[in-house]
Design a protein around this ligand. Structure first.
Ligand code: AMP
Length: 356
């Protein structure tokens, strides 16, 4: 496609904080963000040129949305297949492509894809019925973690299994949905690679980011992650190869486990900007949000180099009540997402510090 010129419009599926930060980046580049969401009063809507509030299966609304924009992207991976298809049928350029979205939203397809790409994962097996549990436990080993294949995020749709006796209860707790059972990894560190691929195949990766979770939700990120150069190269090269294999356009993140023996295992990928890349807004020469909009618009990628060591802290639920301390702290870059209510586990904002 020809590059979207300033004055054009980028459609974003989803109205959360990622859509909000994408819309802000788009505005800086002279592009209008059009949000498509099923939620009224979303964080992204309040900073965007236009918002459509409609169901993700409303094909007429999707077609009208597609006609008003130059390209469509998403801020969440669980875009229903018929939503992507309706946009494509209406002539929209959808980035990342439908195949990347389909793989990333199904943990089984995702793990199979990692392995097909030569990227190791924890041992895993599909669980389609209760009768599969015993054999899956043999493959994955105990302790293990049962995850729904689709619609899980931030630790939701997961149950830990200490022994074979737990497995049936865990499966019932997950509603007997199609699952995968994964061996529990005693990792030394979790880190992610956030990278972009342009329409021309150009690749740009950010510094690796070490991540700490609280109750299954990302809490703190540090970049660069304290890992050896060779390991960083291994993870970055794997990300580059995976994105090329998907003919991917846009930003993508891969979450890795670093094992105590130095082995690298891929956990999951996110076909979008990622919470562990928020530090790039102030900490890199081009933020992940600008980078994604550049890629989706068919523009050259910007330089991803870091401007200093960075730390990012998520403000989750009631953490945001400390906002006065953060806004009063010199050197703290504060971001609030404009959510009306601070529910437990809800990402309300983040704070970034960038060193010299
Ligand atoms: P996920 O939704 O797969 O990213 O899982 C959320 C978090 O649960 C991860 O960031 C890890 O901290 C933890 N986790 C997920 N899978 C495993 C595993 N196989 N072994 C150990 N911890 C895991």
């Amino acid at each position: 496609m020809s590059a979207v010129a300033p004055g054009g419009a980028i459609g974003i599926l989803g109205g959360g904080q990622l859509g909000r930060m994408l819309a802000i980046a788009a505005a800086q580049l002279g592009l209008d963000a059009h949000i498509y969401t099923d939620e009224p009063d979303s964080p992204a809507a309040r900073v965007s040129a236009k918002t459509v509030v409609a169901d993700y299966h409303d094909h007429a609304a999707l077609a009208a949305f597609a006609h008003g924009v130059d390209a469509v992207t998403t801020e969440f991976e669980n875009v229903p297949a018929d939503t992507a298809q309706a946009l494509i049928d209406a002539g929209a350029i959808v980035r990342p492509n439908a195949r990347a979205l389909a793989i990333a939203q199904d943990r089984l397809l995702e793990k199979d894809f990692f392995n097909a790409q030569g990227i190791a994962t924890a041992p895993y097996a599909a669980v389609d019925a209760e009768g599969d549990l015993a054999k899956a436990l043999e493959t994955a080993g105990a302790p293990a973690i049962l995850k729904t294949r689709t619609l899980g995020y931030d630790g939701k749709g997961q149950a830990r299994i200490a022994s074979a006796a737990d497995a049936r209860a865990a499966y019932a707790a997950l509603g007997r949905a199609p699952c995968i059972l994964e061996g529990m990894c005693g990792f030394a560190m979790e880190f992610s690679i956030v990278a972009a691929r342009g329409e021309d195949g150009a690749f740009a990766a950010y510094a690796p980011t070490a991540n700490t979770h609280r109750d299954g939700i990302l809490w703190r990120s540090i970049a660069p992650a304290p890992i050896a150069q060779a390991l960083c190269a291994q993870a970055t090269d794997a990300t580059r190869a995976l994105m090329a294999a998907l003919d991917y356009v846009g930003v993508l993140a891969i979450e890795f486990f670093l094992m105590p023996d130095g082995a690298l295992l891929a956990n999951e990928m996110a076909p979008r900007v990622h919470n562990s890349g928020h530090w790039t807004i102030e900490g890199a020469r081009t933020s992940q949000f600008e980078q994604h909009i550049r890629a989706v618009s068919g523009w050259p990628l910007g330089p991803p180099e870091s401007l200093g060591a960075a730390e990012m802290l998520n403000l989750i639920g009631d953490d945001v009540s400390q906002w006065r301390d953060h806004v009063g702290s010199p050197g703290a870059h504060v971001h609030f997402y404009g959510k009306r209510e601070a529910r437990a586990g809800r990402k309300m904002g983040h704070v970034t510090w960038v060193g010299g």
